[in-house]
Write a protein of this length. Sequence first.
Length: 389
Amino acid sequence: MLTHLRTFFTHRQSLAIGMVFISVGFLFGNWATLIPYIKQKFDLNDAQLGLLLLSFPIGATVMNPFSTFFINRFGMLNTTIIGLILLATTFVCPVGASCLALTSFSLIIVGMCLSVTNVAMNTCVTSLEHQYGINIMSTCHGMFSAGLMFGSIAASILRGMKIEPALQMGAIAVVITALVLLLRPTILGIHEEKIIEEESGGGGAKFILPKGALLLMILISLCTNVTEGTMADWTAVYMRDIVQTDDYFIGWGLAGYSMFMSLGRFVGDALIPRFGGNAVLRTGGIIAALGITLAIIFPYTITAILGFTLVGAGVSCGAPILYGSAARVPGMAKGAGLATMNTFSMGGFLAGPVLIGFISKSISLPFAFSIVAVLALVWAFLVNRVKLY
């Protein structure tokens, strides 16, 4: 059942792209754990924090339609390498900014870098799958989740040690840049692909208005990505404000979530072909809803961490299934479906937490989390309406 993992970890090019995924996750895990620090630094309430976090999806949404241009202009390999270096560098700015306006502007830039890097590295994965006839999409997303876990744990420990966040992110940027340069020769050995919209005769894949099967996939993706975004941006806040745990444990809810998301994705490339994307994603929605409910009803350190781990397991295969399905919509170019899916997915992942902030300010954070539990049940229902791969 786990032979695909042996293939992945012994295949140099697959592992190199996997390291890109884990690096992006590590950066995001550190940032997500530092969100309570940003909230406290500028004395923000939940609604104000939600507005600040809106800067992220603004940058990502604005840049995403141009992602395929950069890939076709500079190549998916160079775009992946340069994009990751820029992402690591720009992540220093939000935590080191001296004023709220500069923090917001920095997050817009980070969102732009993340959007281009995300499309480029996922395109590299599909190229490797086609070139070598292997399944690595879910495993690569598992590497992202592993990075998210390690990043949140590292940030929790460093916060407990009172390390300056700007210094922390600066050191991480240097390490990741060195890693990317080390991996560069291996990454450049991957077969280069341009995203071409062959079916329409156009010069390049671009955002299209979704309909039919793609529209249903996007609706499911919005639910899964709001869940992912909420866990990424608000888990640490929940652990501090609702659970009122010690500083050393603020990031452990996100770490537990990330660990089980990672494990789910590592076995996803075996589970999805065996049971089908529909069954895996439907079961995941139910598990995620149960996990959130546990964290809400029992807001204690251990039970909250356990609840968030269940959410991680439930949502783990969402992105691999939906990204892969969007690239296989009949009658539609792979790049067009993927670019359109990514636009809405990124919007759900990054804009969803903004809504959580407003709901939390108006009512409470546990109530806002309960809305996410309902969305998990909605996606479990919607998967019965469309064929997933």
